[in-house]
Design a protein around this ligand. Structure first.
Ligand code: AMP
Length: 306
């Protein structure tokens, strides 16, 4: 099934307790589309970069089967730039710089032939751009998933609430869930947020796994226990890409299949954090991926003898 992805395509400068990078390639849509490309056959990308963005990386995305016809290149302008610093626990971070640049007036134009995707993943981006993209599609996708972050809650809360009314799945981290709902308990927060629109809510808890809420049901998946975590940047987006990619590949949006999608998303994210930026997800070996999925089963499987 076809999948359309939007979000930032960006330069990031990252600082972790293990090192520091100059501008490297990042952006929500970069991570989402790369991760999804391991599953979904047809992945299309809608985004914007400046003329400082390397054509070789766009060609690389295309070599992964990602349709980049919807990636606008603005001559004479600069790409979105984000800089962040992780604290010692690697689970929390502070944003040092957010330069919107080309994103400030991004108009998400959908090229012909890409306007009727079966699945849509709205990666982190201005909420008004996310909703504009939904309105420009010629038919409603089977499932619309969306990611966002505290930055947009701070600067565009009303737009964010409007967009939330239009989506089926929201993925956010625990801190953002608390900010958006005003509730400390994640159970209460999940009810408040689902009343805003999305039927499904995924709360990411970094190294502590992820929760999926739907009606009265809750599913919890742990995160992979890793020897080394170098850089958590993009883990949430890689998770989202694996999640939606699996759903698009299997074309099944039952709650049980969403649980599997969460495991695939978590496995993909575990690769992401082992190296800086997108380095470790550009060439994931299928056998290694299956080993990680198997490791997830073993991590929390208990035979209760009942
Ligand atoms: P994650 O670690 O999954 O939250 O995603 C990190 C990625 O999100 C980085 O590659 C950034 O370029 C991108 N990013 C950071 N801030 C924003 C923002 N305000 N809107 C959209 N993307 C952002």
């Amino acid at each position: 099934m076809s999948l359309l992805v939007t979000g930032t395509v960006a330069f990031d400068a990252i600082e972790t307790p293990f090192g520091k990078t100059d501008k490297i390639i990042g952006g929500a849509a970069t991570y989402v589309s790369l991760a999804a490309s391991y599953f979904a056959k047809e992945v299309g990308l809608i985004g914007v970069v400046g003329d400082d963005f390397p054509q070789s990386y766009i060609d690389f995305l295309a070599s992964k089967g990602i349709n980049t016809a919807g990636l606008q290149i603005k001559q004479g302008e600069k790409s979105f730039f984000w800089s962040g610093r992780y604290f010692n626990d690697m689970n929390s971070r502070e944003t040092l710089i957010t330069e919107l640049n080309v994103l400030a007036d991004f108009d998400p134009i959908v090229p012909a032939g890409m306007d009727a995707p079966d699945y849509l993943m709205l990666g982190n981006l201005a909420p008004v751009v996310q909703s504009t993209l939904i309105k420009r599609l010629s038919k409603r996708p089977k499932l619309i998933a969306m990611d966002t972050m505290n930055f947009w809650m701070d600067v565009a809360l009303d737009d964010l609430k409007e967009t939330l009314k239009m989506v089926d799945v929201l993925t956010i981290n625990d801190e953002e869930a608390r900010q958006l709902s005003g509730e400390y308990s994640l159970k209460k927060a999940s009810r408040v947020i689902r009343a805003m629109g999305p039927k499904y809510l995924i709360i990411k808890k970094g190294e502590h796994g992820a929760l999926l809420f739907y009606e009265e049901q809750v599913f919890f998946a742990p995160a992979m226990l890793l020897e080394d975590v170098f850089d958590p940047t993009g883990a949430g987006d890689t998770f989202a890409g694996g999640f939606i990619g699996w759903l698009a590949m299997t074309d099944n949006i039952s709650f049980d299949n969403m649980k599997r999608a969460i495991i695939y998303g978590s496995a993909m994210a575990s690769f992401c954090v082992e190296k800086f930026g997108t380095e470790n997800i550009i060439n994931i070996d299928e056998k290694l991926l299956q080993e990680r999925v198997q490791a997830f089963r073993e991590l929390s499987y208990v035979d209760m003898l009942s």
